[in-house]
Design a protein around this ligand. Structure first.
Ligand code: EPU
Length: 356
């Protein structure tokens, strides 16, 4: 392991700001993570554990030590007739892992294709897209307690998953490091008319997936078609962090009371909303409003000031076009939140982790 000084973090987070870590070290194995934790009490400066940096905004250089968790490996743990149990190390690139599973006909995460970041970050914010949340297929998460160095395996229920939420953002925030994640995935066939694994239904009802498959001239999709459709939709709508720095959705979609929606619809009849899916229903009185719509209605879609902007294809995403600082992005986010409160009385909540 190398402890480097004054390391640029530009390529270690997807917003791509030019910020530095005073010290930087990469842990590639569980033993290296443990070794670093043992030295923890001797380190009299702030510590930041970093994964793929896909959900983080730095507003300044980090005055302490950044520990990048970069363990690699994918292991098939159990292989049944209809499903597999597979463990991926935290440092595996998320989308490479999705591709790995799709190539083997293991279904469940194909709708989560092309989400930037590492496997270890997926459970923290319970990544979700196109009708699927990663919590639908996570069996357990192995963590190491920062204080004691003890390893623990949390079951799906113990992770307390919610919409873009989990125990790792709440009770266990800053207390554990995620080492690996175990998934239960269904086996599907590559042949559209193969009935052997016919019980699995792809999730195609969200948004444009069916339309995209039609455009691809696919009538009965196989898993690789579903992945391809999702990738095409995302490439069209969302900025590629390699080209324009961003952290995906900057805000969560707000959940509001149905009676507030009804009163708002008197003034804004076109206001869209999603009824929460029944099994995840916390209360039937709650609805989710697309933040993208609220932001667009306030006139922000495609807005740009210097190099900080609101993505023209998906206004939920704030973009660093090159030289924006974290503070520029934060100021823009605050202006957006203020205008949404003023117009709709709805408070948006950032989903990105701001390091100030
Ligand atoms: N909309 C607009 N204007 C736009 C875009 C969208 O008004 O320019 C409205 C429309 O009403 C549209 C609705 O927003 O029907 C939903 O848009 P979309 O399907 O793009 O999804 P979203 O709710 O805005 C969520 C996730 C995304 C994920 C998409 C697709 C959150 C915070 N974001 O966005 O996740 O890709 O669904 O499933 O839940 C991410 O977390 O980084 C991310 C991109």
């Amino acid at each position: 392991m190398h402890l480097d000084q004054k390391v640029s973090l530009k390529t270690h987070h997807t917003f791509g700001m030019e910020v530095e870590a005073r010290y930087f070290v990469e842990a590639k194995t569980h033993t290296e993570v443990l070794t670093l934790l043992n030295y923890r009490h001797m380190i009299h400066m702030p510590i930041l554990f970093l994964g793929g940096g896909s959900n983080i905004l730095f507003t300044r250089s980090f005055p302490g030590i950044v520990i990048k968790i970069n363990s690699k490996g994918i292991e098939l743990k159990e292989d049944y007739d209809d499903h597999v149990v597979v463990t991926a190390e935290a440092g595996e690139n998320w989308d490479d892992f999705v591709q790995y599973c799709v190539d083997r006909g293991w279904a469940g995460i194909e709708n989560l294709s092309l989400i930037p970041g590492k496997v270890g970050a997926a459970p923290i914010q319970n990544i979700g897209a196109y009708g699927v949340e990663v919590s639908d297929v996570i069996q357990s998460v192995q963590v190491i307690e920062i204080e004691t160095g003890k390893q623990k395996r949390l079951t799906n229920a113990e992770c307390q998953f919610g919409y873009r939420d989990s125990i790792f953002k709440n009770a266990l925030k800053g207390k554990v490091i995620i080492l690996n994640v175990t998934f239960k995935l269904q086996k599907v066939s590559d042949l559209p008319d193969d009935k052997v694994f016919g019980s699995y239904h792809f999730r195609l009802d969200y948004g444009d997936i069916r339309g995209e498959l039609e455009q691809m001239a696919v009538t009965i999709p196989v898993i690789s078609d579903v992945r391809e459709a999702i990738c095409q939709i995302r490439r069209r709508k969302l900025p590629d962090p390699a080209i324009a720095g961003n952290a995906g959705s900057f805000f969560k979609n707000p959940v509001i009371e149905k009676k507030l929606l009804i009163s708002l619809q008197e003034r804004f009849p076109a206001m869209p909303f999603y009824q929460q899916v029944p099994e995840k229903l916390v209360s039937s009185d709650l609805v989710k409003i697309p933040a993208a719509w609220l932001i667009e209605q306030c006139g922000w879609k495609g807005y740009r000031i210097h190099d900080a902007g609101v993505h023209p294809g998906q206004p939920l995403v704030l973009v660093n076009y090159g030289t924006a600082t974290g503070t520029d992005i934060l100021e823009l986010a605050n202006q957006i939140m203020d205008s949404v409160v003023q117009k709709f009385g709805i408070q948006l909540e950032p989903e990105v982790n701001v390091i100030s």
